[in-house]
Design a protein around this ligand. Structure first.
Ligand code: SAH
Ligand code: SF4
Length: 361
């Protein structure tokens, strides 16, 4: 269990407040301050002086700060978070297309997505990913993941750019930090918390069948699942993603078929375009075969090249050729518009050095 108060789901927080003499009956008030209002705990005078001073004595909170911020001309802002032990992790604020016309009294047309990290580095080591080259430094605690989100919400408010979506597509493989991830999702979806719409929260994974089943069991498909597929054949997938051996394509397909999709929910299949490698007619056929009986949208991601990587980015013609292949097979498909390449804030580029950029804070 997380040692920090801000990493505890409501039940665990109630138990902790009981055990320390603050009183479990105040759990909702404390939770509200920690996760909805982001208010300092010393402002909770309604607890009364004795209980408040006890709370301040026992309340160990995560210490995550934005250490550096790198804005880009395309509206993306990349953040380096400092953690208590001196390690760093990363996040990116990404502008999205404007949402629906606001109702009377509603302010913003803006939609911004926050890319969240679940680990420092990543143990999976995919051939195409800069984060994978770091290896795993360590997993983040639930409170550190929420600390990132809280720091990001404060900075986004200063910029007047509200965060409306979260994507677990930063550093790390979320399902290899499953306990912390599940606690974070419980806290995010608690009615006393931030109350971001669960369908606006996406967890991206290279796919571990047992973990996807556990995710389905715990949350019944309320959160959006994105599966990083990246190959149409098992042989190529294993070359690109070492962890693919553990969850072969046919087992993964069976797992996704039983993943609950309430309402109009769908799965997202992410497919990185690596020209000359996974965009051959055979690999694309394999992708279509995998996707055809799933309720899904394939998101084609143009590969972001980085120094020292053996692959190149696709050109416009290669992207549209892959798109047409899927369209002809009647597979719903979109092309990811990449943001933030210049500040290395785009997919798979986290971990690349920032020394050559100027931080604004
Ligand atoms: N570990 C999880 C989530 C983090 S990576 C996962 O792999 O799904 C988020 C997305 O970025 C994944 O779809 C990943 O395949 C993609 N990605 C990694 N390296 C990339 C690169 N160099 N260019 C474009 N996308 C990349
Ligand atoms: Fe890890 Fe995802 Fe990068 Fe693979 S793509 S190394 S799983 S962060």
């Amino acid at each position: 269990m997380d040692a920090h108060l801000d990493g505890l789901p409501m039940d665990a927080l109630r138990a902790k407040l009981d055990e320390t003499g603050v009183g479990g009956q105040h759990a909702e008030t404390v939770f509200h301050a920690l996760h909805r209002d982001l208010a300092p705990l010393h402002t909770l005078s309604k607890l009364g002086p004795r209980r408040l001073s006890r709370l301040l004595e026992v309340a160990k909170l995560s210490q995550v700060q934005i250490a550096r911020a790198y804005p880009s001309a395309d509206g993306t802002e990349r953040w380096i978070y400092g953690l208590e032990d001196g390690l760093e992790t990363e996040g990116v604020l990404i502008p999205m297309r404007p949402g629906p016309v606001p109702q009377k009294g509603q302010k913003s047309l803006q939609r911004n997505s926050l890319c969240v990290s679940s680990q420092v580095g990543c143990p999976v080591g995919c051939a195409f990913c800069a984060t994978g080259r770091l290896g795993l430094k360590r997993s983040l605690q639930a409170s550190e993941i929420l600390g990132q989100i809280a720091a990001a919400r404060r900075r986004a408010a200063e910029l007047d750019r509200p965060i409306t979506h979260l994507v677990f597509m930063g550093m790390g493989e979320p399902f290899l930090n499953q306990n912390a991830l599940f606690d974070v999702l419980k806290i995010l979806s608690d009615p006393h918390g931030w109350c971001l719409d669960a369908k606006h929260i996406t967890v991206s994974t290279v796919g571990f069948c047992d973990r996807i089943d556990a995710f389905a069991e715990a949350f019944k498909g309320r959160f959006q699942l994105a599966l990083s597929l990246h190959a149409g054949s098992q042989a190529l997938r294993e070359k690109l993603i070492p962890a693919a051996k553990q969850s072969p394509l046919d087992a993964l397909h069976e797992t996704l078929k039983r993943f609950p999709l309430p309402g109009s929910r769908y799965l997202m299949l992410e497919y990185l375009l690596l020209p000359g490698l996974n965009d051959s007619p055979e690999e694309l056929e394999g992708l279509c075969h995998f996707a055809k009986d799933l309720r899904c949208i394939v998101n084609l991601i143009p590969f972001n090249a980085f120094e020292g990587c053996p692959f190149r980015s696709p050109n416009a013609e290669e992207i549209s050729r892959a798109f047409e292949h899927l369209r002809n097979a009647r597979i719903p498909c979109s092309i990811r518009q990449e943001h933030g390449q210049k500040i290395h804030g785009a997919c798979g580029m986290l971990s690349l050095k920032q020394q050559s950029f100027q931080s604004v804070i």
